[in-house]
Design a protein around this ligand. Sequence first.
Ligand SMILES: C[S@@+](CC[C@H](N)C(=O)[O-])C[C@H]1O[C@@H](n2cnc3c(N)ncnc32)[C@H](O)[C@@H]1O
Length: 250
Amino acid sequence: MTRILTLPYALLAYLIFLATMGYFLFFLAGAVVPITVDSPSQHSLTVAIAIDIALILLFAVQHSVMARPAFKRMWTKIVPPSMERATYVHASNVVLIVLIVFWQGIDIKLWDIQQPIVRTAIWVLYVFGFLMVPVVSLMINHFDLFGLRQAWLHLKDREYQPLPFRTPLLYAIVRHPLYLAWGAAFWITPTMTAGHLLLAVGMTIYMGVAAVIEERDLVGVYGDQYRKYQKDVPMFVPRLGSRLEAEGTS
Ligand SMILES: C[S@@+](CC[C@H](N)C(=O)[O-])C[C@H]1O[C@@H](n2cnc3c(N)ncnc32)[C@H](O)[C@@H]1O
Protein backbone atom coordinates (compact mmCIF):
# COMPACT_ATOMS: atom_id res chain seq x y z
CA MET A 1 0.00 0.00 0.00
CA THR A 2 2.73 2.50 0.93
CA ARG A 3 4.42 1.66 -2.39
CA ILE A 4 1.42 3.13 -4.28
CA LEU A 5 0.79 6.03 -1.91
CA THR A 6 4.32 7.29 -1.31
CA LEU A 7 4.95 8.92 -4.68
CA PRO A 8 1.64 10.89 -4.84
CA TYR A 9 2.19 11.88 -1.18
CA ALA A 10 5.67 13.21 -2.00
CA LEU A 11 4.51 14.83 -5.26
CA LEU A 12 1.71 16.62 -3.40
CA ALA A 13 4.21 17.94 -0.84
CA TYR A 14 6.44 19.14 -3.68
CA LEU A 15 3.63 20.87 -5.59
CA ILE A 16 2.34 22.60 -2.44
CA PHE A 17 5.92 23.68 -1.74
CA LEU A 18 6.29 25.17 -5.23
CA ALA A 19 2.99 27.05 -4.89
CA THR A 20 3.90 28.31 -1.40
CA MET A 21 7.32 29.42 -2.59
CA GLY A 22 5.74 31.23 -5.54
CA TYR A 23 3.50 33.07 -3.10
CA PHE A 24 6.40 33.75 -0.73
CA LEU A 25 8.33 35.55 -3.49
CA PHE A 26 5.54 38.16 -3.60
CA PHE A 27 4.91 38.00 0.17
CA LEU A 28 8.49 39.17 0.82
CA ALA A 29 8.29 41.73 -1.99
CA GLY A 30 5.16 43.19 -0.39
CA ALA A 31 3.42 43.22 -3.78
CA VAL A 32 0.84 41.51 -6.01
CA VAL A 33 -0.61 39.07 -3.40
CA PRO A 34 -3.26 40.01 -0.77
CA ILE A 35 -1.27 39.12 2.38
CA THR A 36 2.35 40.29 2.53
CA VAL A 37 5.15 40.85 5.01
CA ASP A 38 3.94 44.48 5.16
CA SER A 39 0.20 43.82 5.63
CA PRO A 40 -0.76 46.09 8.55
CA SER A 41 -1.26 44.46 11.94
CA GLN A 42 -4.60 44.77 13.79
CA HIS A 43 -2.76 44.46 17.11
CA SER A 44 -0.65 46.70 19.30
CA LEU A 45 3.04 46.89 18.43
CA THR A 46 4.00 44.63 21.36
CA VAL A 47 1.47 41.94 20.44
CA ALA A 48 2.47 42.14 16.76
CA ILE A 49 6.15 41.62 17.65
CA ALA A 50 5.27 38.74 20.00
CA ILE A 51 3.21 36.99 17.28
CA ASP A 52 5.98 37.44 14.70
CA ILE A 53 8.66 36.08 17.04
CA ALA A 54 6.42 33.09 17.86
CA LEU A 55 6.00 32.41 14.11
CA ILE A 56 9.78 32.54 13.51
CA LEU A 57 10.34 30.20 16.47
CA LEU A 58 7.71 27.78 15.15
CA PHE A 59 9.48 27.76 11.77
CA ALA A 60 12.91 27.28 13.39
CA VAL A 61 11.84 24.51 15.77
CA GLN A 62 9.97 22.52 13.09
CA HIS A 63 12.82 22.75 10.57
CA SER A 64 15.56 22.02 13.09
CA VAL A 65 13.92 19.26 15.12
CA MET A 66 12.53 17.32 12.15
CA ALA A 67 15.92 17.39 10.37
CA ARG A 68 17.86 15.80 13.23
CA PRO A 69 18.98 12.17 12.86
CA ALA A 70 17.73 11.27 16.38
CA PHE A 71 14.27 12.63 15.59
CA LYS A 72 14.22 10.77 12.25
CA ARG A 73 15.15 7.49 13.97
CA MET A 74 12.21 7.87 16.37
CA TRP A 75 9.82 9.30 13.76
CA THR A 76 10.41 6.46 11.27
CA LYS A 77 8.95 4.03 13.80
CA ILE A 78 5.63 5.78 13.04
CA VAL A 79 6.09 7.10 9.48
CA PRO A 80 7.51 4.77 6.77
CA PRO A 81 11.14 5.77 6.04
CA SER A 82 10.27 6.32 2.36
CA MET A 83 7.74 8.99 3.46
CA GLU A 84 9.90 10.65 6.12
CA ARG A 85 11.35 13.43 3.95
CA ALA A 86 8.03 14.10 2.18
CA THR A 87 6.40 14.39 5.62
CA TYR A 88 9.09 16.93 6.55
CA VAL A 89 8.18 18.89 3.39
CA HIS A 90 4.45 18.74 4.24
CA ALA A 91 5.18 19.99 7.77
CA SER A 92 7.45 22.75 6.41
CA ASN A 93 4.68 23.81 4.01
CA VAL A 94 2.15 24.05 6.85
CA VAL A 95 4.55 26.11 8.97
CA LEU A 96 5.37 28.48 6.10
CA ILE A 97 1.66 28.92 5.27
CA VAL A 98 0.92 29.64 8.95
CA LEU A 99 3.74 32.21 8.97
CA ILE A 100 2.35 33.88 5.83
CA VAL A 101 -1.25 33.97 7.09
CA PHE A 102 -0.55 35.17 10.64
CA TRP A 103 2.43 37.49 9.99
CA GLN A 104 1.92 40.96 11.50
CA GLY A 105 3.34 43.76 9.40
CA ILE A 106 4.94 46.67 11.25
CA ASP A 107 4.77 49.69 9.01
CA ILE A 108 7.77 51.73 10.12
CA LYS A 109 10.05 52.37 7.15
CA LEU A 110 13.76 51.90 7.83
CA TRP A 111 14.77 52.57 4.26
CA ASP A 112 12.73 53.38 1.19
CA ILE A 113 14.67 53.84 -2.02
CA GLN A 114 12.52 55.60 -4.59
CA GLN A 115 15.11 56.45 -7.28
CA PRO A 116 13.61 54.43 -10.19
CA ILE A 117 16.83 52.94 -11.59
CA VAL A 118 18.21 51.96 -8.17
CA ARG A 119 14.80 50.62 -7.10
CA THR A 120 14.55 48.48 -10.25
CA ALA A 121 18.13 47.23 -9.80
CA ILE A 122 17.32 46.18 -6.21
CA TRP A 123 14.19 44.31 -7.38
CA VAL A 124 16.25 42.50 -10.01
CA LEU A 125 18.80 41.52 -7.35
CA TYR A 126 15.99 40.37 -5.04
CA VAL A 127 14.45 38.11 -7.70
CA PHE A 128 17.91 36.77 -8.58
CA GLY A 129 18.65 36.00 -4.88
CA PHE A 130 15.26 34.36 -4.39
CA LEU A 131 15.61 32.21 -7.53
CA MET A 132 19.05 31.10 -6.36
CA VAL A 133 17.24 29.06 -3.68
CA PRO A 134 15.85 26.46 -6.15
CA VAL A 135 18.98 26.75 -8.31
CA VAL A 136 21.28 25.89 -5.35
CA SER A 137 18.99 23.04 -4.31
CA LEU A 138 19.63 21.51 -7.76
CA MET A 139 23.38 21.52 -7.05
CA ILE A 140 23.20 18.79 -4.38
CA ASN A 141 20.08 16.78 -5.11
CA HIS A 142 16.82 18.65 -5.49
CA PHE A 143 14.72 15.48 -5.60
CA ASP A 144 16.29 14.02 -2.45
CA LEU A 145 15.77 17.29 -0.59
CA PHE A 146 12.04 17.15 -1.36
CA GLY A 147 11.54 13.44 -0.66
CA LEU A 148 10.80 12.55 -4.31
CA ARG A 149 13.90 10.40 -4.78
CA GLN A 150 13.04 8.39 -1.63
CA ALA A 151 9.47 7.84 -2.91
CA TRP A 152 10.67 6.87 -6.40
CA LEU A 153 13.19 4.33 -5.06
CA HIS A 154 10.46 2.86 -2.84
CA LEU A 155 8.12 2.52 -5.84
CA LYS A 156 10.89 0.70 -7.73
CA ASP A 157 11.58 -1.47 -4.64
CA ARG A 158 15.15 -0.20 -4.52
CA GLU A 159 17.00 0.54 -1.31
CA TYR A 160 17.58 4.19 -0.42
CA GLN A 161 21.23 5.24 -0.45
CA PRO A 162 22.09 8.50 1.34
CA LEU A 163 23.65 11.21 -0.78
CA PRO A 164 27.44 11.08 -1.08
CA PHE A 165 29.40 14.10 0.16
CA ARG A 166 29.83 16.55 -2.71
CA THR A 167 31.11 20.08 -3.25
CA PRO A 168 29.77 21.11 -6.66
CA LEU A 169 29.73 24.70 -7.97
CA LEU A 170 28.80 27.13 -5.17
CA TYR A 171 29.52 24.43 -2.55
CA ALA A 172 33.19 24.80 -3.52
CA ILE A 173 33.04 28.49 -2.52
CA VAL A 174 30.91 28.44 0.66
CA ARG A 175 29.53 25.59 2.77
CA HIS A 176 25.97 26.97 2.96
CA PRO A 177 25.01 28.54 -0.37
CA LEU A 178 21.35 27.70 0.14
CA TYR A 179 21.21 29.71 3.37
CA LEU A 180 23.13 32.49 1.64
CA ALA A 181 20.49 32.62 -1.13
CA TRP A 182 17.76 32.72 1.52
CA GLY A 183 19.66 35.53 3.24
CA ALA A 184 19.64 37.53 0.00
CA ALA A 185 15.89 36.93 -0.39
CA PHE A 186 15.18 38.19 3.14
CA TRP A 187 17.47 41.24 3.10
CA ILE A 188 17.39 42.62 -0.45
CA THR A 189 14.50 45.04 -0.75
CA PRO A 190 14.21 48.71 -1.77
CA THR A 191 11.69 49.31 1.05
CA MET A 192 12.55 47.81 4.42
CA THR A 193 9.83 48.03 7.06
CA ALA A 194 10.29 47.10 10.72
CA GLY A 195 8.16 43.96 10.20
CA HIS A 196 10.28 42.85 7.23
CA LEU A 197 13.45 43.57 9.24
CA LEU A 198 12.17 41.44 12.12
CA LEU A 199 11.65 38.54 9.70
CA ALA A 200 15.07 39.05 8.08
CA VAL A 201 16.89 39.22 11.45
CA GLY A 202 14.96 36.24 12.88
CA MET A 203 15.60 34.04 9.85
CA THR A 204 19.26 35.05 9.68
CA ILE A 205 19.78 34.07 13.33
CA TYR A 206 17.90 30.82 12.69
CA MET A 207 20.03 29.95 9.64
CA GLY A 208 23.25 30.71 11.54
CA VAL A 209 22.24 28.33 14.34
CA ALA A 210 20.84 25.75 11.89
CA ALA A 211 24.12 25.71 9.95
CA VAL A 212 26.13 24.97 13.12
CA ILE A 213 23.77 22.15 14.14
CA GLU A 214 23.65 20.77 10.58
CA GLU A 215 27.46 20.69 10.43
CA ARG A 216 27.62 18.63 13.63
CA ASP A 217 25.44 16.03 11.92
CA LEU A 218 27.46 16.24 8.69
CA VAL A 219 30.70 15.61 10.60
CA GLY A 220 28.95 12.59 12.15
CA VAL A 221 28.02 11.26 8.68
CA TYR A 222 31.06 12.21 6.56
CA GLY A 223 33.78 12.38 9.26
CA ASP A 224 37.21 13.65 8.18
CA GLN A 225 35.95 14.49 4.69
CA TYR A 226 33.64 17.13 6.17
CA ARG A 227 36.26 18.32 8.71
CA LYS A 228 38.65 19.00 5.84
CA TYR A 229 35.86 20.81 3.97
CA GLN A 230 35.34 23.00 7.08
CA LYS A 231 39.04 23.91 7.02
CA ASP A 232 39.18 24.58 3.28
CA VAL A 233 35.88 26.34 2.57
CA PRO A 234 34.28 29.20 4.55
CA MET A 235 30.78 28.87 5.97
CA PHE A 236 29.05 31.86 4.38
CA VAL A 237 31.47 34.54 3.22
CA PRO A 238 33.57 33.56 0.18
CA ARG A 239 37.32 33.92 0.58
CA LEU A 240 38.83 36.00 -2.19
CA GLY A 241 41.02 33.97 -4.52
CA SER A 242 40.39 30.59 -2.96
CA ARG A 243 38.05 28.03 -4.33
CA LEU A 244 37.99 24.28 -4.03
CA GLU A 245 38.10 22.44 -7.29
CA ALA A 246 34.43 21.53 -7.88
CA GLU A 247 33.88 18.05 -6.43
CA GLY A 248 37.49 18.33 -5.22
CA THR A 249 36.89 16.97 -1.73
CA SER A 250 34.55 14.18 -2.74
C1 LIG B 1 18.46 22.16 3.38
S1 LIG B 1 19.97 21.53 2.77
C2 LIG B 1 21.00 22.87 3.21
C3 LIG B 1 22.38 22.69 2.78
C4 LIG B 1 23.33 23.80 3.24
N1 LIG B 1 23.13 24.15 4.63
C5 LIG B 1 23.23 25.03 2.39
O1 LIG B 1 22.89 26.10 2.91
O2 LIG B 1 23.51 24.95 1.18
C6 LIG B 1 20.38 20.35 3.98
C7 LIG B 1 20.79 19.03 3.40
O3 LIG B 1 21.90 19.17 2.57
C8 LIG B 1 22.80 18.09 2.81
N2 LIG B 1 24.16 18.62 2.53
C9 LIG B 1 24.68 19.79 2.93
N3 LIG B 1 25.92 19.96 2.45
C10 LIG B 1 26.19 18.84 1.70
C11 LIG B 1 27.32 18.42 0.92
N4 LIG B 1 28.42 19.17 0.81
N5 LIG B 1 27.23 17.24 0.28
C12 LIG B 1 26.11 16.48 0.37
N6 LIG B 1 25.03 16.81 1.08
C13 LIG B 1 25.06 17.99 1.74
C14 LIG B 1 22.62 17.72 4.25
O4 LIG B 1 22.83 16.36 4.46
C15 LIG B 1 21.17 18.06 4.49
O5 LIG B 1 20.38 16.91 4.32
